[in-house]
Write a protein that binds this ligand. Structure first.
Ligand code: CA
Length: 367
């Protein structure tokens, strides 16, 4: 792995690939250097609609910061999903150079390579803090960049929603028996685990979920968390709000940069982009963490019923989740290499968080 990493760093020119937040050290910077640099305009396509202001907002924030850091000479224009590129074609568009940048959730592209799911989240994976620890100091970003080099893309961590909610249910789900035959909208690996738990899984786009839930075509749906869920109005037709969203404990969003476009940038602009991405990464989670409590308060005032998934559901879901990841690993040596490293990190991180963090959370956050 050490040799791979050196090769990769030489290839991409990223001086601190494993510590992206720190920026780069030795290049001269400041306005004097920037003013001798060219005017460059890039296009960024997002997988998200502008209406999801927390998640889409990371792209506009990145663009503003890059512009400010380069005296307005490096401009990035952010387009919402579908404006230029459909939401699930962001990887293709960046790979092909249709746009220089994308902002997306890498698990959308696990069909291209299942390893890419680790760049976002997997069931019973890492929380937002653990994900950042893994990216920046646990070798995660190096491994993800290695996987993305097959697509000519350099990924940068680009925000996190934090632990998601389990979603909206029309009726109570008290035990495993209640999951049998339940019709739920839930995409990705979480959907695969739910399927193995007996759920009839449906995949619907954002706009189609509410009518399906309202008419009873589906019994349940997951989305994100209080701030985003409130906008879609699920609480009006499905009063039971379950937690946690164990399939998405810390979904990380990513900025994708076309590799050849990156190499054409002056080093000052590369630094600005790297710093702005790290800042956007911090801000999205902070934004969600500030807005979710107020949104949850408003939902509770409207009669929403909070429910935790029962221990038997959590235990069965965890067992199946680990089996699913083991199955991927058994089929693919490259996946197994990333998985073993990730799994070791997860285990040690879980152990650390089970001490002070958990004891404090249990005591102080109990209402
Ligand atoms: Ca979700």
């Amino acid at each position: 792995m050490a040799i791979d990493r050196r090769k990769f760093l030489a290839k991409t020119g990223l001086a601190l690939a494993g510590a992206g937040a720190a920026g780069c050290g030795s290049q001269p910077s400041g306005s004097a250097a920037v003013h001798t640099q060219p005017q460059i305009t890039w296009r960024l396509t997002s997988s998200f609609p502008r209406a999801l202001d927390t998640i889409f907002g990371a792209a506009t924030q990145l663009a503003e910061r890059v512009s400010a850091l380069t005296a307005g000479r490096f401009k990035i224009i952010a387009y919402e999903a579908g404006e230029m590129v459909p939401p699930f074609q962001v990887l293709d568009a960046v790979q092909q150079g249709t746009v220089q940048m994308g902002h997306t959730a890498s698990y959308y592209f696990k069909g291209k390579n299942p390893i890419l799911a680790f760049d976002c989240t997997v069931p019973f994976g890492l929380t937002a803090r653990q994900q950042n620890a893994w990216y920046y100091y646990g070798g995660g970003l190096d491994m993800m960049r290695h996987a993305f080099s097959d697509f000519g893309i350099i990924p940068f961590p680009g925000g996190n929603t934090g632990m998601q909610m389990g979603g909206w249910f029309r009726r109570e789900i008290s035990s495993m028996q209640d999951l049998a035959g339940l019709r739920m909208r839930i995409p990705g690996l979480g959907g695969e685990v739910m399927h193995r738990l007996g759920v009839t899984v449906q995949v619907l786009g954002g706009g189609d979920i509410f009518p399906a839930l309202e008419t009873g075509a589906i019994d349940a749906t997951e989305w994100v968390g209080p701030y985003d869920d409130e906008k879609l109005g699920f609480h009006k037709v499905a009063p039971y709000y379950y937690y946690p969203g164990w399939w998405e404990p810390g979904p990380s969003l990513s900025f994708y940069v076309n590799e050849s476009a990156w190499f054409k940038l002056p080093s000052e602009y590369q630094n600005a982009l790297e710093v702005a991405a790290a800042e956007a990464n911090v801000h999205m989670l902070a934004n969600y963490d500030a807005k979710n409590p107020e949104a949850l308060g408003r939902l509770l005032e409207q009669g929403v019923q909070m429910r935790a998934f029962s221990d038997d559901i959590m235990t069965a879901a965890q067992k199946i989740s680990f089996e699913l990841l083991d199955e991927f690993a058994a089929q693919d040596v490259a996946y197994d290499k990333v998985y073993q490293s990730w799994k070791k990190f997860r285990e040690s991180s879980y152990q650390w968080f089970s001490t002070a963090e958990m004891a404090f959370s249990r005591f102080a956050f109990s209402l």
